[in-house]
Design a protein around this ligand. Structure first.
Ligand code: LLP
Length: 434
């Protein structure tokens, strides 16, 4: 029985990529004896989604840069690369990760609104497809490094188009109060004055208006803005050759079937943009990987507590994973469906599903309807493949969890978990000369 794409129930047990999820932690415990939770990703599903994304936008010839910030696990990068995706890096660390996994210069796109000397130097020395500059002064820094390296850097200016996505404020990036990008008029001014930066090929526009968009409307408005800017810049004698529309493609966390209409949007975009002869780039992150991963966790405790005042009792289910592992619910009020791996018989009843961190925000779901659960049972938090492990921390002295991959029915430990001793490994006592 299919639960979601790639997740099935076989003989009553939840399975990912054909592997029963109750077999993962026992296997992991041979290497990490105290593991009680871990991330599991279906690599075949990553590859299938990457191929689907690429082919949807093939008519426009889009260069698809996978946004590493969603999940930069090397095993995932290899699958993205295998189907011809490029890499979008938001930092020096991600650029290095992309290079390590074999993404060549033309397959690396550099983003970020706090450009550093190190990033500019890397881009100029090692080469990138393009840099998305977040403001006009950054161009001087890029120019200096490109000139020193004797190269020409291709640059797109990130434009803040003043488009509101009506999503969560923390992931809306294209409105007036957001920190990203330059005003359209500033971008037009910079493109027209591009001779000032002789070592830059400043012919691109970059727009990324937000994340987790299920309605393609804001993305289409961003594309319209890109086209209008390209036309206006051409009228001013500075034609553009590169249009980067960023990421933002949402996924259906609720399970209601409200998918982002990828193919329909791609077809509309191709029709709309026919007249604009440019190289196209997109930077999807979440859409490619969110649904391919779960956070698997044991139930540590089930606590029933009567109200301090009158009223019924509440069931708290304490998991071995917490907000330090998956912060999305605490940070954005995001919901990840919680599914028992081997459900016990019995009627569903409400449960508040929490982690073990000493914070009241450490709640995954306040009113989940779940069958009976007991200590040692397993649950999976779905759609945890994007912005999950990458946002985890050592808060409360907790080690980050292992990451396991599934492919062709085989399990691999792709990133080791940190045990309690490893959490203190960076602590030193070293004199600093002043
Ligand atoms: N390009 C740029 C410039 C970005 O800033 C981002 C994401 C992407 C592409 C990829 O966006 P996507 O296709 O994944 O929506 N931590 C949040 C999401 C933050 C997104 C940051 N930027 C979350 O867990 O929902």
């Amino acid at each position: 029985m299919k639960v979601v794409e790639g997740i099935t129930r076989e003989g009553g047990v939840l399975a990912l990529g054909g592997v029963a999820l109750d077999r993962v932690l026992p296997a992991l415990r041979r290497l990490e004896p105290s593991a009680a939770a871990c991330w599991v990703y279906d690599l075949d599903q990553v590859e299938a989604r990457a191929a689907r994304f690429k082919s949807a936008f093939a008519p426009l010839g889009v260069h698809v840069g996978y946004a590493l910030k969603a999940n930069a696990l090397p095993a995932i990068l290899r699958r993205a690369r295998a189907v011809g995706l490029a890499a979008e890096a938001g930092s020096l660390g991600e650029l290095i990760a992309a290079r390590r996994e074999g993404f060549g210069a033309q397959e690396r796109i550099l983003n970020g609104n706090g450009r550093t000397q190190d990033e500019a130097e890397f881009a100029a020395r090692e080469g990138v497809h393009s840099v998305n500059a977040d403001h006009v002064e950054e161009l001087d820094l890029l120019q200096a490094h490109a000139a020193r390296a004797g190269t020409v850097l291709r640059v797109a200016l990130r434009v803040n188009p003043g488009i509101d996505t009506h999503g969560h404020a923390y992931v809306a990036t294209g409105h007036d109060a957001a920190k990203f990008g330059v005003a359209p008029a500033e971008a037009l001014g910079a493109w027209a004055a591009r001779d000032r930066w002789p070592s830059l090929r400043l012919d691109g526009v970059h727009l990324h208006v937000g994340s987790q968009l299920l309605d393609p409307g804001p993305l289409e408005r961003a594309a319209d803005t890109a086209r209008e800017l390209a036309e206006e810049s051409a009228r001013r004698g500075a034609p553009l050759g590169l249009v980067n529309l960023g990421g933002g493609f949402g996924v259906d966390y609720s399970g209601s079937g409200a998918e982002f209409p990828l193919e329909a949007y791609a077809a509309r975009l191709a029709r709309k943009m026919e007249a604009l002869k440019a190289e196209w780039v997109m930077e999807p992150g979440r859409w490619l990987v969110a649904s391919t991963g779960v956070l698997l966790a044991e139930v540590l405790w089930v606590k029933r507590r009567g109200g301090a005042t009158a009223g019924g009792s509440r069931r708290f289910v304490v998991l071995a994973a917490g907000m330090n592992d998956l912060i999305r619910p605490a940070l954005y009020g995001a919901r990840h469906r919680i599914v028992p791996v081997r459900p016990r018989a019995g009627a569903g009843e409400p449960a508040t599903v929490v982690g073990p961190v000493c914070e009241s925000a450490d709640v995954f779901e306040r009113e989940a309807l779940l069958p009976p659960l007991e200590r040692g049972d397993l649950v999976a938090l779905l759609d945890a493949g994007a912005y999950g492990a990458v946002m985890s921390s050592n808060y409360n002295g907790r080690g980050r969890l292992a990451e396991v991959t599934v492919s062709g029915g085989r399990l691999m430990r792709a990133r080791a978990g940190e045990d309690a001793a490893a959490v203190g490994a960076r602590e030193v006592d070293e004199a600093l000369e002043i």
